[in-house]
Write a protein that binds this ligand. Structure first.
Ligand SMILES: *[C@@H]1O[C@H](CO)[C@@H](O)[C@H](O)[C@H]1NC(C)=O
Ligand SMILES: *[C@@H]1O[C@H](CO)[C@@H](O)[C@H](O)[C@H]1NC(C)=O
Ligand SMILES: *[C@@H]1O[C@H](CO)[C@@H](O)[C@H](O)[C@H]1NC(C)=O
Ligand SMILES: *[C@@H]1O[C@H](CO)[C@@H](O)[C@H](O)[C@H]1NC(C)=O
Ligand SMILES: CC(=O)N[C@H]1CO[C@H](CO)[C@@H](O)[C@@H]1O
Ligand SMILES: CC(=O)N[C@H]1CO[C@H](CO)[C@@H](O)[C@@H]1O
Ligand SMILES: [Cu+2]
Length: 525
């Protein structure tokens, strides 16, 4: 196994995009000041100065009534009221500039002054890549895996004690910075002393990227960030992340689990030495908190620089079906995707994994693709309870199966690129209005204007809820119009009239048709 010391350091060449935390902002004096407004190299002023960027106070968008409901999370968890536990000032860039010190361009623009609109980038089906492009995909990711990032991560929680120090932050590679980012956003359990305050188990953990309404927007952001990072590390601004259309895979089995793509594996789930990914280490796996508990909760961050112990595991199709259900031996089908696509309502209260008749919850995979409803029973895994996005993770039976650390496997980004393509398909079928995202009442970090944890400088979910072309990218192909079928399972009675209802007229953070569905739910409750 390689250690971080062996990483290729590109003489300070690589400069991260928008993630926690720029190394330059983790000196003791900067941490103490709570102001992360670096002066970019060659510029006289923080954030580049007039015309490029300025240092401003970070507003706290937290809805007060939510704090009452989720008090312990907002107060204990460092991620609550993100990022104000760490920084209260950051760069606000002007014009088309972006990044933590305003030295980058917003998506879709490039050039010295970021004024050149680039041609829309097209994310391709990985099965359609030329052999040259396939080789590049592997080589580019591998270089990102072996280059030090200028983004660092804390190995501690501030917790109720304050005062995190420079020495509590560690280096990671560019690729691993995205694993670490995802890990940091994922499920943390409250320590027993504090979890005593939770009303039920669903309130005793907090996940800023999953199991709630912010899942698609959060993952759209991480894809854009890693795509940009891979481009920069490899000096190829035209590279795009491919997607893997798992619903089109032959016999619903992994058709890219070969050395041509992400690597073949043996029967123990180890990658074939002929794959470049066989040499990849993984971080944050097999922590004691996971091994001890079926639900694999954790209470502490991990040392993301510790990369000497574990490597990738993948064993598609061999999942324990007695526990997870028969469907976990297969990838989700195109019919199931079509089913989800018929749901015009983006999300439904309470905007979590128990939401019924919600496009978001179907896509994320906590709703049954024949009924449209969640049918879990607390933390007990129910057969068939995991579909679409979740099913792909579990099916892989390995590193991908543990949600917090799943991005260790490069197939994660191909999978999520496809999930984003499904989101984009939905966005082209139904009106994309900000009011589809709830303004309040979600778990911490998932409201429309909440900042996505732990991206930095802060950026809300609402800013990601736009068509992909607004971010300068598009997909090679979309799903066919699924509106030709009309089966919506147990939600069918609520099939909305697609004509003539303006989402604005409905108001209250819901899209077309929601009103009827909500009325229907009230009737059936
Ligand atoms: C930001 O935090 C610093 C350090 O605690 C404090 O001195 C300063 O007043 C804060 N600024 C704002 C705008 O809250
Ligand atoms: C982290 O990486 C930077 C840049 O390569 C280096 O200057 C610094 O010494 C590293 N820190 C640690 C703790 O290894
Ligand atoms: C790295 O992680 C392994 C496995 O969890 C652990 O045994 C080891 O003590 C860790 N090393 C350090 C330096 O923390
Ligand atoms: C979702 O539907 C299931 C099955 O009908 C029901 O038990 C559950 O209470 C519903 N959940 C919500 C949040 O309404
Ligand atoms: C645009 C294009 O060539 N699309 C093809 C990509 O590969 C899939 C699956 O192999 C084909 O179905 C598409 O036609
Ligand atoms: C890594 C992993 O999840 N391995 C599991 C794969 O599936 C078998 C059962 O089919 C389990 O025993 C392994 O633990
Ligand atoms: Cu995720």
């Amino acid at each position: 196994m390689k250690a971080l010391g062996l990483l290729i350091v590109l003489a300070g060449c690589f400069r991260g995009g928008e993630a926690q935390f720029p190394r330059v902002c983790t000196s003791d004096s900067v941490l103490k000041s709570m102001e992360c407004c670096p002066t970019p190299p060659g510029f006289p002023e923080p954030c580049g100065g007039p015309g490029r960027g300025r240092c401003e106070n970070i507003p706290d968008p937290t809805v007060e009534e939510d704090i009452v409901t989720w008090n312990d999370a907002y107060n204990y968890d460092d991620r609550g009221r993100w990022p104000t536990k760490f920084f209260n000032r950051s760069c606000v860039c002007e014009g088309k500039f972006s990044g933590y010190d305003c030295t980058k361009c917003i998506w879709g623009y490039r050039g010295e002054n970021c004024e050149t609109k680039q041609k829309t980038a097209v994310r391709k089906n990985i099965k359609n890549l030329s052999s040259d492009e396939k080789e590049k995909f592997q080589r580019y990711l591998d270089l990102a895996k072996n280059t030090v990032s200028d983004i660092v991560f804390p190995t501690k929680f501030l917790g109720i004690f304050r005062g995190i120090k420079s020495k509590d932050f560690v280096n990671v590679s560019v690729y691993d910075s995205f694993v670490a980012l995802h890990y940091y956003a994922s499920r943390f359990t409250m320590p027993p002393a504090i979890s005593g305050l939770c009303r039920d188990s669903s309130e005793c953990f907090f996940d800023y990227a999953h199991e709630a309404v912010g899942f698609p927007t959060w993952h759209r952001k991480i894809l854009l960030e890693i795509e940009r990072a891979v481009q920069e590390v490899n000096s190829d601004p035209d590279w795009t992340l491919p997607y893997w259309d798992w619903s089109a895979a032959e016999e619903n089995q992994c058709d890219i689990c070969t050395n041509e793509y992400v690597g073949a594996n043996d029967e123990d789930g180890n990658l074939d030495p002929g794959s470049i990914f066989a040499s990849w280490w993984t971080i944050c796996e097999h922590l004691p908190e996971w091994e001890e508990s079926v639900v694999k909760f954790r209470t502490t961050p991990c040392d993301v620089s510790n990369n000497t112990y574990w490597h990738l595991k993948r064993n598609p199709g061999t999942q324990d079906t007695a526990y997870f259900g028969e469907s976990m031996a297969f990838l989700p089908s195109a019919e199931e995707v079509d089913f989800a696509m018929r749901f015009p309502v983006y999300d439904t209260p309470p905007y979590i994994r128990y939401s019924n008749c919600s496009f978001r919850n179907l896509l994320e995979g906590f709703a049954d693709t024949s009924t449209g409803k969640n049918h879990e029973n607390g933390n007990v895994v129910v057969f068939g309870a995991h579909t679409l996005h979740n099913q792909v993770h579990i099916y892989m039976n390995g590193t991908m199966g543990e949600n917090p650390t799943s991005p260790n496997d490069p197939i994660f980004f191909l999978h999520h690129c496809n999930v984003d393509r499904l989101l984009e398909t939905w966005m082209r079928l139904y009106p994309v209005v900000e009011s589809a995202l709830p303004e309040r009442g979600t778990p911490p970090g998932h409201n429309r204007n909440d900042y996505m944890v732990p991206f930095f400088p802060p950026r809300s979910h609402a800013t990601m809820f736009k068509r992909s072309t607004e971010f300068g990218y598009d997909y090679e192909e979309f799903y066919e119009d699924p509106t030709d079928g009309n089966d919506m399972g147990e939600c069918s009675a609520a099939v909305p009239d697609r004509e003539g209802v303006s989402p604005e007229a409905i108001g209250l953070g819901v899209g077309i048709g929601t009103l009827k569905i909500m009325q229907q739910q009230q009737l059936s409750n």
